[in-house]
Design a protein around this ligand. Sequence first.
Ligand code: 5AD
Ligand code: SF4
Length: 440
Amino acid sequence: MKNFYIETFGCQMNAHDSEKVIGTLIGEGYNQVKTPEEAELVFYNTCSIRDKAEQKVFHRLDQFKREGKGKKFIVLGCVAQQEGERVFEKAPHVSMVCGSASYNQLPQMLVQLEAGNKRITGLSLDTEDTFETPLTRRENPHRAYLTIIEGCDKSCAYCVVPFTRGPERSRTSASVLAESLELSRAGYTEIQLLGQNVNSYRDPSPSGWDFATLLDRVGCVPGIRRVRFTTSHPRDFVKPIIDAIDENPNLCNHVHLPVQSGSTRILNAMQRLYTRDEYMRRIEWMKNARRPIAITSDIIVGFPGETEADFEETLGLLREVAFDAIFGFKYSRRPNTPALALAGQIPEEEKTRRLTIVQELQREIQTRRNAAYLDTVEECLVEGFNIATGQWIGRTSQHKTLNFLRVASDNIADDDILGRYVDVRVTRAGANSLVGECVN
Ligand code: 5AD
Ligand code: SF4
């Protein structure tokens, strides 16, 4: 039996793709090991969203330029798709590259690899399929990722995803619901629906369900207590999604809705297909919902042509919305994307300055928002134990980390508490997490 090692970079879609690839490899008779040193096959599942992410895989490969004898190296994912055969030029010890739209071909490609072939490629984006396999090996025993749609039909001016993951393909609602039921039977209580653009989901079968309908139905699967979804695009974020959250308590109180910029002029240059006002209308829907929906977002600073005034508008939007959390990024120039050729590229130091300001402001906002949870009781899924602090790690419906201490009277054995839902009273609040005491 041959040993393989796999390392994953990037988003949850990539993490879940790796779970499917691992299942496929084990199904083909391979054995997973924890270090590249022990492996005959070394897989990197890569991300190319920003330049830094892309560089990581080449650093990893460089480490094995000399000592890699007897091993085969395989590059999967977004860098494979984006760079294609150029990977073989940059790292001649790589034997195979395969993008996510070609993972269905992996078993045949492995046969070629074992036959000693070099420079094997799986780069076609011309697929109607999503990559699904009953062999998927999920890493987390409580929360399961579940792909509902692959690819992206938008064309944001900065983004590689349409090139690396191909056109949108939705799974049938019947297969999504069947897998949800299986996951529940296997003991999972939380499902995270995945897609580059989950809310443009459209059931390809005659029922033609939209995303809000599918979301509600997954939330009705017996045994499933929490359903999350990521990522949503504001353009396709319609009111029925919020109505579904309002009506179905199994749908988590959390929406990740990347805004990218607070300036309509920059949103337009980014080809985001919405204005600041249109984005704010969606925020208003959520703030007016019956349930307290936590809202998180992504921000890009230093997009070409972003003036000080545009940047101020982003800061203004952050103050106005008061997000529960954000991921802030410096604009990174990406191959093939329309923004690559735009005039008015912003110097690196200026992007760093703007990002620091964004992060400082957001820290103040989060400190204030989290303080509002003091003394409230939140239901947490117990996800782990932190040996250093002696605290259990819980996750609230709003996707906040709530670390807590057990009380002697809760009568649950330590081994049993992982994966359970417990009520925790918040006793301390920081910018990035809450601390509390279990009350049941
Ligand atoms: N530069 C910087 N950030 C980017 N993102 C996507 N492409 C780029 C880029 N070229 C960010 C967006 C997106 C998140 C996943 O990554 O904010 O929402
Ligand atoms: Fe990275 Fe985007 Fe690919 Fe995910 S889809 S791995 S974020 S480039």
